[in-house]
Design a protein around this ligand. Structure first.
Ligand SMILES: [Zn+2]
Length: 372
């Protein structure tokens, strides 16, 4: 921990991993298939200074498979990525992507969305897959219930996630005895949108004395104030000395809100997916690049942005590339949106360290209510 806000729960810290130190609060770009779509490792590591990114266990487990990735020297070497990697447990994708699935107390049996083949994830097998990848931070298998879920189902599901977290932690401890490298394992707080279940889950996970804790099951269709409330319900139970990761969030205006609630790490497909769909985030709000008003606009996308896209290209050119369906559009747009997210995180961290986070938060809240 480097600095703490006196009014809010925000803090700035350093997260040490076998592949370098990460300044927190941090936003992790999503590299679903061992690539952040449209960007090279050089763009990410050298130009954008990304220190940690996320890859998806579900996708990489199905294709190309953990054995192949291990044979190729692990995920870092395979994708030529020098910095830290966090992998999710695959739970979320099993529940959102795969058609047929059957949850038992042992794990979850599912059909691949690629070819219909049947597979099983257990707490142990997902730890093994992530160790084969060589991830710096592994996630324990969890069940991510749909929204809305009944209290009864949410409780049953949360308790299953707890049992799985204990099994994953036990297996991880055993496996790490044979490993020269330290790989962290984060369990996940679940409990759907019920405050009491979130608190029960967070409290029970403390027994694991984990390297960090994740708050999952957010961004599943619930209204935003409810996601914030669920983070608040879990956060004050989790140890202040460990990193907390809010999974799958959020919009640019939400990043400071999560940080104000004690979150250190976030990830989301929004900056990359929206970039490809023509939605660009700027310091002045959202730009929908296909709009006719940008047809002959010579200005950069964001006049205050230092990214390659904003230094070199006009809105008119970006709009042209988008309309023409050119690959370069996705490359330039993604680069800018990632830069925007990283800039927001740098502003946040700087505000916390310079002891003016409450003031910063008021300013961004005002700006986002103006924009809305
Ligand atoms: Zn830019």
């Amino acid at each position: 921990m480097v600095a703490e806000c006196r009014e809010t729960r925000a803090r700035a810290g350093l997260l040490h991993t076998p592949h370098g130190t990460v300044e927190t609060p941090v936003f992790m770009p999503v590299g679903t298939q061992a690539t952040v779509k449209g960007l090279t490792a050089r763009d990410l590591a050298e130009d954008l200074d990304v220190r940690i990114l996320l890859a998806n266990t579900y996708h990489l487990y199905l294709r190309p498979g953990p054995d192949l990735i291990r044979e190729m020297g692990g995920l870092h070497r395979f994708m030529s990525w020098p910095n830290a990697i966090l992998t999710d447990s695959g739970g979320y994708q099993v529940f959102s992507l795969s058609g047929l699935r059957k949850i038992t107390d042992d794990g979850v049996r599912f059909q691949s969305h690629l070819n219909g083949d049947s597979h099983t994830f257990t707490p142990e097998s997902t730890v093994d897959a992530q160790l084969a990848f060589g991830s710096d931070i592994l996630m324990a298998l969890d069940e991510c219930p749909e929204y809305p879920a009944s209290h009864e189902y949410a409780r049953e599901s949360m308790r299953r996630t707890l049992r799985w977290a204990r099994q994953a932690a036990e297996h991880h401890r055993r496996r790490l005895q044979e490993s020269p490298t330290r790989h962290a394992l984060f369990p996940i707080v679940q409990g759907s949108m019920y405050r009491d279940l979130r608190r029960e889950c967070a409290a029970a996970l403390l027994d694991l004395d984990a390297d960090g804790y994740a708050i999952g099951g957010l961004s599943v269709g619930e209204p935003r104030p409810l996601s914030m409330e669920m983070v608040e319900a879990s956060e004050d139970i989790l140890p202040r000395s460990r990193p907390r990761y809010a999974m799958g969030v959020g919009m640019p205006a939400e990043l400071p809100e999560y940080v104000a609630r004690g979150v250190d790490m976030m990830d989301c497909v929004l900056p990359t997916r929206n970039a490809r769909n023509g939605c660009l985030f700027t310091s002045q709000g959202r730009v929908v690049i296909k709009h006719a008003r940008y047809r002959d606009d010579p200005r950069p996308l964001d006049e205050t942005c230092q990214c390659y896209t904003c230094r070199k290209y006009s809105r008119a050119y970006l709009r042209h590339l988008f309309q023409a369906g050119e690959i370069l559009y996705a490359v330039l747009a993604t680069r800018h949106n990632i830069q925007r997210y990283l800039d927001i995180m740098r502003e946040i961290r700087h505000a916390i360290i310079s002891n003016r986070y409450p003031e910063y938060l008021r300013t961004v809240r005002l700006a986002s209510s103006d924009a809305a």
